[in-house]
Design a binder for this molecule. Structure first.
Ligand SMILES: Nc1nc2c(c(=O)[nH]1)N[C@H]1C(S)=C(S)[C@@H](COP(=O)(O)O)O[C@H]1N2
Ligand SMILES: [Mo]
Length: 321
């Protein structure tokens, strides 16, 4: 780690504000459509929401709703990670444990139709298609930090809505204390599921108060488009103050319960991936430090923040720590 750059905080150097790589790629996309180099430069500069060419793994669920308006409360002016990295460097073990292979292996993954069930200790159980869920509440864009337990990180614009809105609609009963989330179970479409060492399907969970927190979202899109398959189409959960594995992809079931749910990662290795899993630079993973993280596009090393930078919003949920 000879070239480690520790930056004082999350205000990353200005030189990264227009990533050259993203700019060049956009130019290539547009040129492919027959734009001249000059026109491409103009369009690239003036229409950042323009998506002229399909990205790998693209989906089109309710695409007329994108891009959604960015919520000014979650627009911290950080430099976004290069979307080409975000779309091609993925943890999605149902497809592969190799991050760069996922985007290729999602080709036969079908995400429509996509039935979702909301069940358990609630007054208003629901069965609906992902498209109905995506249309149920107004969509907004939020720029969040995202921190994987493996010590890589990114800053991305998610589209979605607060999970609390859905929870208010289904009305948990007084007994409900936890929310369990379950991913699809389609081994015929997801080659990684042949690895029977993992307790498929992928499951995750939150305490009810964590699920109700305004930072917790149902994400339906990324970079102004419906979620690509490799990033968890058609809908996933995003919990920005916890390690990335809590942000479960491609969910089919949300269940309200009075017992702390067993998660896939906790079942595999409880001391490495416990249920709570709040980002904490002071607590190393048993096999590596969590003090710093590597930005996936620039490779910069930055200091990891308690609760991934969201302490002011969420520390009160954890009075004992
Ligand atoms: N169903 C499911 N959800 C998942 C995973 C997975 O393997 N399967 N990986 C998790 C991990 S470890 C991370 S870091 C993030 C990665 O999300 P991204 O590929 O969109 O960056 O997804 C999380 N959600
Ligand atoms: Mo992760």
């Amino acid at each position: 780690m000879a070239n480690v750059i520790i930056r004082p905080d999350w205000h990353i150097a200005d030189k990264f504000i227009t990533p050259e790589k993203a700019y060049l790629n956009r130019r290539l996309f547009l040129r492919g459509l027959g734009f001249t180099a000059g026109a491409a430069t103009l369009l690239g500069a003036s229409a950042p929401g323009l998506h002229a060419v399909e990205i790998p793994g693209a989906t089109d669920l309710k695409k007329e709703l994108y891009p959604a308006k960015r919520n000014p409360e979650f627009d911290p002016k950080w430099k976004l990670s290069d979307e080409n990295e975000v779309f091609t460097y993925n943890n999605f073990y149902e497809f592969s444990t190799s991050k760069n292979a996922v985007v290729r292996l999602v080709k036969n993954f079908t995400t429509a139709p996509w039935p979702i069930e909301i069940t358990g200790m609630i007054e208003n159980p629901l069965k609906l298609d992902a498209g109905e869920l995506v249309s149920m509440f107004p969509l907004e864009e939020r720029v969040y930090r995202f921190r994987c337990v493996e010590a890589w990180a990114m800053i991305v614009p998610w589209t979605g809505f607060q999970l609390s809105k859905l929870i208010e609609k289904v009305k948990p009963t007084g007994e409900a204390k936890f929310v369990k989330f379950v991913t699809f179970n389609k081994p015929e479409q997801a080659p990684g599921m042949a690895d029977k060492r993992y307790p498929w399907p992928y499951t995750e969970g939150l305490r009810l108060d964590e699920a109700m927190h305004p930072l917790t979202i149902v994400a339906t899109g990324l970079y102004g488009r419906p979620l690509p398959k490799q990033n968890g189409a058609p809908v996933r959960i995003v919990v920005p103050w916890k390690y990335g594995y809590k942000s479960i992809k491609s969910i089919v079931r949300i269940e309200f319960t009075d017992k702390q749910p067993k998660t896939l990662w906790e079942t595999m290795a409880p001391d490495e991936y416990p249920f709570e899993s709040n980002v904490n630079p002071a607590v190393p993973h048993p096999r590596w430090s969590q003090a710093t993280e590597r930005m996936i596009d620039s490779g910069d090393r930055v200091r990891t923040q308690p609760y991934n930078g969201y302490a002011a919003q969420v520390a009160k949920l954890y009075p004992k720590s």
